[in-house]
Ligand binder design. Structure first.
Ligand SMILES: Cc1ncc(C[n+]2csc(CCOP(=O)(O)OP(=O)(O)O)c2C)c(N)n1
Ligand code: SF4
Length: 290
C-alpha cells in the first residue's frame, strides 16, 4: 500500500462508514485528503481534534474520520463548535461546511463567529450549489449560472465568501481549490496554526449537479477550470478589473492579530472573581463591626 493511502486509512473510520456517499469526481475527497495531511504533518493526536460539520455532502466528512466528531443540524455547525471551544478551549476545533450550509441558513452565524474572533478553524467547501439536495442555487452560485431552482439562469449576485469573512473581522482568511491540492494542505496548516477565527474557502467541483447544469464537462475539466481561473494573491494585486474578470485569487488574503473572544472571556471571568471576593471581604468586615 502506498504511504499516502496508509496515511489516509490511519485517520478514517474505514471499518464503520464506508463506502462513502460522494459521487465519482467530487472535490470533497481531495479536501479530506488535504485536511488529513495537514493534521498529520502538524502532529496533532486524534484525541486533540474535534471535527464539527453541517449537513450536505461535505458534511459527511465528520462521519468518516476517526477524531472527536459532531455531525450537526443545517447551518449550525459554528454554533455547536463555539460551545465546544468555550467548554474545552484546549481542543482544536475544526468546522466543515458547504457553501449552502454556511452562507444561506448559517449566514448569520458565520458573520458573527468571524466578528467574535472565536478560535476556530472553519473550512467552507464552495461547490457553488446545494449538492446533497439536488443542485439548488446557493448564495455562492455566480450570477448567470444554472441551478435546478433557476428557471433560466441565476439572477442573484454571489457572495464572495472570503471577502465577506474579511469584512466581518476574521483574523485569518485564505482561499484554495481542489485542483491546487498541495497548496490546500499548506493553507489548512496555516489556518490551524492561527490563534483566532480562521476561514478557508475551498473552491471545488460538483460534476453531478453544478457541472452538468452549466455544461462544464467532466470533473477533470472542472478542475482544469479551477487551474485556469485561480490567480496567486501576490499576482492578483497587480491585475486590472478587466484582467480579474472571471478569475479569483488564491492564497492567504488576510492575516492579522485582534483580541480573541476566549481570552476576553477569561479576563471578564477573572475580573468577576476579583469583584466577588472583594464583596465577600467587605461583607465580612461589616459583619464583624456589628
Ligand atoms: C433545516 C433544514 N433545511 C433543509 C435541509 C435539507 N438539506 C440537507 S443537505 C442540504 C444542502 C447542503 O448544501 P451545501 O451546504 O452547499 O453542501 P453540499 O451538499 O453542496 O456539500 C439541505 C438544504 C435540512 N437538512 N435541514
Ligand atoms: S452531489 Fe456534488 S457535492 Fe454531492 S457528492 Fe455528488 S459531486 Fe459531490
Amino acid at each position: 500500500m502506498k504511504d499516502i493511502t496508509k496515511l489516509i486509512h490511519q485517520y478514517l473510520r474505514h471499518d464503520k462508514k464506508f463506502p462513502h456517499v460522494w459521487c465519482p469526481g467530487c472535490g470533497n475527497g481531495i479536501v479530506l485528503g488535504a485536511l488529513i495531511r495537514a493534521i498529520d504533518h502538524l502532529e496533532y493526536s486524534k484525541d486533540e481534534i474535534v471535527l464539527v460539520s453541517g449537513i450536505g455532502c461535505s458534511g459527511r466528512m465528520s462521519v468518516y474520520v476517526d477524531f472527536n466528531t459532531l455531525h450537526t443540524t443545517h447551518g449550525r455547525a459554528l454554533t455547536f463548535a463555539t460551545g465546544i471551544k468555550m467548554a474545552k478551549p484546549d481542543l482544536k476545533v475544526i468546522v466543515i461546511m458547504g457553501d449552502g450550509d454556511a452562507l444561506a441558513i448559517g449566514g448569520n452565524h458565520f458573520i458573527h463567529a468571524a466578528r467574535r474572533n472565536i478560535n476556530l478553524t472553519a473550512l467552507i467547501i464552495n461547490n457553488s450549489i446545494f449538492g446533497m439536495t439536488g443542485g439548488q442555487h446557493s448564495p455562492a452560485t455566480p450570477y448567470g449560472k444554472m441551478a435546478t431552482t433557476t428557471a433560466l439562469y441565476n439572477i442573484e449576485p454571489a457572495f464572495n465568501i472570503a471577502e465577506l469573512a474579511v469584512t466581518a473581522g476574521a483574523v485569518f482568511v485564505a482561499r484554495g481549490t481542489a485542483y491546487h491540492a498541495d497548496l490546500l494542505h499548506k493553507l489548512i496548516e496555516k489556518a490551524l496554526h492561527k490563534n483566532g477565527f480562521s476561514l478557508l474557502e475551498i473552491i471545488t467541483q460538483c460534476p453531478t449537479f453544478y457541472g452538468r447544469k452549466n455544461r462544464m464537462g467532466t470533473a477533470v475539466e472542472m478542475m482544469e477550470w479551477q487551474r485556469d481561473s485561480a490567480v496567486p494573491v501576490e499576482k492578483w494585486e497587480g491585475l486590472s478589473p478587466e484582467e480579474r474578470e472571471g478569475k479569483f485569487s488564491i492564497g492567504v488574503l488576510m492575516d492579522k492579530e485582534a483580541p480573541g473572544f476566549l481570552e476576553e472571556y477569561e479576563k471578564v471571568k477573572a475580573q468577576a472573581k476579583r469583584i466577588a471576593s472583594l464583596n465577600a471581604t467587605e461583607k465580612g468586615d461589616h459583619g464583624s463591626q456589628i
